[in-house]
Design a binder for this molecule. Structure first.
Ligand code: ATP
Ligand code: MG
Length: 353
């Protein structure tokens, strides 16, 4: 019996291409069309270099496979297509005979991201532990320093008092930092309840618009059919506030923050350890700022990573920790035209879930 492998080829869940001896794209499957955001017709017969970029890791892998290596796997390479970044993927190139090469991309999956966010949660936990210790060890001497500066200031002339004022101000800054870091420690798993995400977004937006985001305009694209998620309203509000604050700090005066909610029932996520979880509720916070500096893009969820003179770098670390505590995921896309954070959350399943 002769079997046609075409349906299998088309149904492969990851992008796959057959590259000819001349380096042209001979075949692509459905996942490749989705990944590249280009149709089969647009790609077939074109040179791979034209899409993947001259000298890119993908082209390099093909050349190596054609040149006798037979099978080449590159891990965690940044893949671009048609000049647009398409994320990080493992790239596998296998020679099929003659000089034809089967090229397969395994994009870093959302489950991987979940894995990473668990790492971030652990990092955040160590910050919390350290914070409790620091808070204890720093507060008392700090109170002493600022009290002494105040007393001293009372006896000095105006010029010298400026200096004691500096001591007091800086001591206050350290105190504020200690308080913020300590806030990590307070966030035990609080009671879980059904939470309407539109209420959360509304509260966060009102607090933002009255303060740090007064110079921004907001655009809402809400899906009214979204069922409640499960969690702590205060913590989820903190997540949205932190994202809005970053967006407002990044965007130019008169910038626009787009808040979008989407419900995608049926989207299942296979987690490490074979648990499968459904995260159909999506909240997206997008700004039109200059994007995240590429040098820190991979580390923004780590504690203390910041590009701001007065930033603590704890905002996104907290976002990541709270999302992981809620069984959700956060991810981020950023380029020179703006930045988008996506939050994926589960649906409330009732008491005792
Ligand atoms: N929307 C955004 N646009 C551009 N850069 C961003 C955006 N969000 C985050 N970043 C970058 O990620 C870094 C880390 O963000 P995070 O919120 O963790 O810390 P922070 O904002 O610097 O300090 P804090 O939140 O403690 O005030 C920021 O310093 C900034 O460089
Ligand atoms: Mg921040």
């Amino acid at each position: 019996m002769i079997r046609s492998f075409e349906p299998i080829w088309l149904a492969l869940p990851f992008p796959a291409f057959v590259i000819s001896t001349e380096g042209e794209i001979a075949e692509v499957n459905d996942a490749a069309e989705g990944f590249c955001m280009a149709s089969r017709r647009q790609m077939q017969g074109k040179s791979l270099e034209q899409f993947a970029g001259v000298g890119s890791a993908v082209v390099d892998a093909i050349t190596q496979a054609q040149g006798g290596m037979r099978s080449v796997v590159l891990h965690e390479v940044k893949v671009g297509w048609g000049g647009q970044p398409r994320g990080v993927a493992n790239v596998q190139a296998t020679r099929l005979g003659e000089g034809e090469v089967l090229l397969m991309l395994h994009p870093r999956s959302i489950a991987d991201k979940m894995d990473r966010s668990l790492l971030h949660r652990n990092a955040a936990r160590s910050v919390a532990g350290m914070a409790a210790m620091l808070a204890h060890e720093i507060r008392n001497p700090l109170a002493g320093i600022s009290g002494a500066a105040q007393l001293l200031g009372g006896t000095l002339n105006a010029d010298d008092r400026e200096l004691t004022q500096v001591i007091e101000d800086e001591a206050k800054r350290i105190g504020d930092l200690v308080n913020r870091v300590e806030a990590f420690g307070d966030m035990g798993p609080s009671a879980v309840e059904p939470v309407n995400i539109h209420d959360i977004i509304d509260r966060a937006k009102r607090s933002a618009a009255a303060g740090f985001a007064a110079h921004m305009s907001f655009k809402d694209v809400f899906d009214p059919s979204i069922p409640p998620t499960a969690g702590s309203p205060d913590q989820l509000m903190q997540v949205v506030v932190n994202l809005l604050k970053n967006a407002a700090e990044a965007a130019p005066a008169g910038g626009v923050i787009t808040l979008k909610t989407t419900y995608r029932p049926g989207v299942k996520l296979l987690l490490p350890g074979k648990r499968s979880q459904s995260l159909p509720i999506e909240i997206s916070v997008k700004d039109n700022g200059p994007g995240i500096a590429p040098s820190i893009l991979d580390d923004i969820f780590e504690p203390f990573v910041s590009s701001k003179a007065s930033g603590t770098g704890l905002g996104l670390s907290l976002v990541s920790k709270i999302m992981a505590d809620h069984g959700g995921v956060v991810d981020c896309k950023s380029d020179a035209n703006g930045t988008e954070f996506r939050l994926l959350l589960p649906v409330w399943k009732g008491e005792g879930r």
